[in-house]
Design a protein. Structure first.
Length: 396
């Protein structure tokens, strides 16, 4: 007997290469896992509870695979400065940008960070998000980085939400290490990564590989430290210039390289061959008014999987709507509906190394998002409208 069945629904299972559509379908759960999925007429057995979905669409629970959800303060003042003509690099050199958030985050107690992060997470959940990645990166010293990761863990404990915690201590060079970037990279590799791993606070390690942040040697130190401690790795890369991040990520076997606005076709092909995922972040393109776009044609030609995420952060993408990112991915980057929706389900799961979600398939986590829409394209079409009518996390 099933624990629960959702019937009278239309399904976008994400099985195969497309959306995996099933008209008049049903999903059955047992012990938090999908036990059966398919046409309602073929449903094989009874359930303790049945939910009539009234023709709603069911998708796998959405996955936001790149967020910076935990931080102190905001950067609305920098938004005004950019509107007045200052560019991001100039603001960063003047002590703004990431470093202004570092000061606010270091000064914030754990409870204050949690109180600020909870409504942010709930905003994403309201649109059907069931898994999010939360990065650190605004502490830039051991205890503040671990505090951010602890808050990420608490979000997952306090909310019906799966949280993947990623250590991004190599996000920027802190002011006390000004002019000593390599020394700070060694600190991250030799002290902060081992501490996060020993405390069980990190599920992955990320590095900002960029002319404004860390170079090949620095990134390699941190990536090798992650490997030594059994943690998968990711890169922020090729955002402000072609830094060779795609090729570097492929060489190190990272789960994903995120941004990629300036990545070259050879690097993208190397990523595809290595099994990585390109995480596209159109919110940053929009908010920073960038003209560069990821080379989607080269990604398609290489067969590179593409994910879509909010990149929610206080400086370059203060966006708490994954549905809005679907629209931006389609309008700014010209993704198809199929590419965009796979980008927040099956490919987003792959970007986090999670093989147990992102599709409606027996044996996987029963994470569902229910929408009152006529067709899946509406999730990419509407701006400012949330048609989510329910979420299910591990069958509940």
């Amino acid at each position: 007997m099933f624990d629960r069945v959702w019937r009278n629904a239309r399904l976008a299972t994400m099985q195969g290469e497309g959306l995996g559509l099933v008209e008049d379908g049903a999903v059955a759960a047992r012990d938090g896992r999908i036990a059966w999925v398919g046409p309602r007429a073929a449903l094989p057995g009874p359930a303790r509870e049945t939910v009539d979905c009234g023709g709603a669409w069911i998708l796998p629970g959405l996955i936001d695979c790149h967020t910076h959800l935990v931080f102190g303060g905001d950067r609305a003042d920098e938004f005004e400065r950019r509107l007045a003509g200052e560019d991001y690099a100039a603001i960063l050199k003047a002590g703004g940008g990431i470093l202004s958030t570092v000061r606010a985050t270091r000064a914030a107690e754990e409870e204050a960070l949690l109180a600020a992060a909870l409504p942010r997470a709930r905003a994403l959940m309201a649109e059907g998000v069931t898994t999010i990645e939360v990065k650190s990166g605004y502490g830039l010293e051991r205890e503040a980085e671990l505090r951010q990761l602890r808050v990420a863990r608490r979000l997952g404990a306090e909310l019906p939400l799966a949280v993947v915690a990623t250590l991004l201590a190599a996000h920027a060079v802190p002011p006390e290490y000004a002019g000593r970037r390599a020394d700070y990279a060694r600190l991250v590799a030799e002290e902060i990564v081992p501490a996060a791993a020993a405390a069980g606070l990190a599920d992955a390690v990320d590095v900002f590989h960029d002319p404004l942040a860390f170079d090949d040697a620095d990134a390699t130190l941190v990536l090798e430290a992650a490997r030594r401690h059994g943690l998968p790795a990711k890169l922020h890369g090729d955002q402000h210039a072609d830094a060779g991040s795609a090729a570097l990520g492929a060489h190190h076997g990272v789960l994903s390289v995120d941004h990629l606005e300036h990545a070259n076709p050879a690097g993208l092909a190397a990523m595809a061959a290595a099994g990585g995922v390109a995480v596209l972040l159109p919110g940053a393109t929009y908010f920073l008014r960038e003209t560069a776009r990821p080379d989607i044609a080269a990604m398609r030609a290489a067969g590179l999987r593409m994910a879509v995420a909010t990149d929610f952060n206080p400086g370059s993408s203060p966006a708490l709507s994954l549905l809005l990112m679907l629209n931006m991915a389609c309008t700014l980057y010209r993704l198809t509906v199929v590419e965009a929706l796979r980008g927040v389900t099956v490919n987003a799961a792959a970007a986090l190394g999670l093989s147990d979600r992102g599709r409606l398939e027996p044996g996987l986590r029963c994470d569902l998002a229910l929408y009152r829409i006529a067709r899946p394209a509406e999730l990419c079409y509407w701006i400012g409208h949330n048609p989510c009518i329910g979420r299910v996390v591990e069958g509940r």
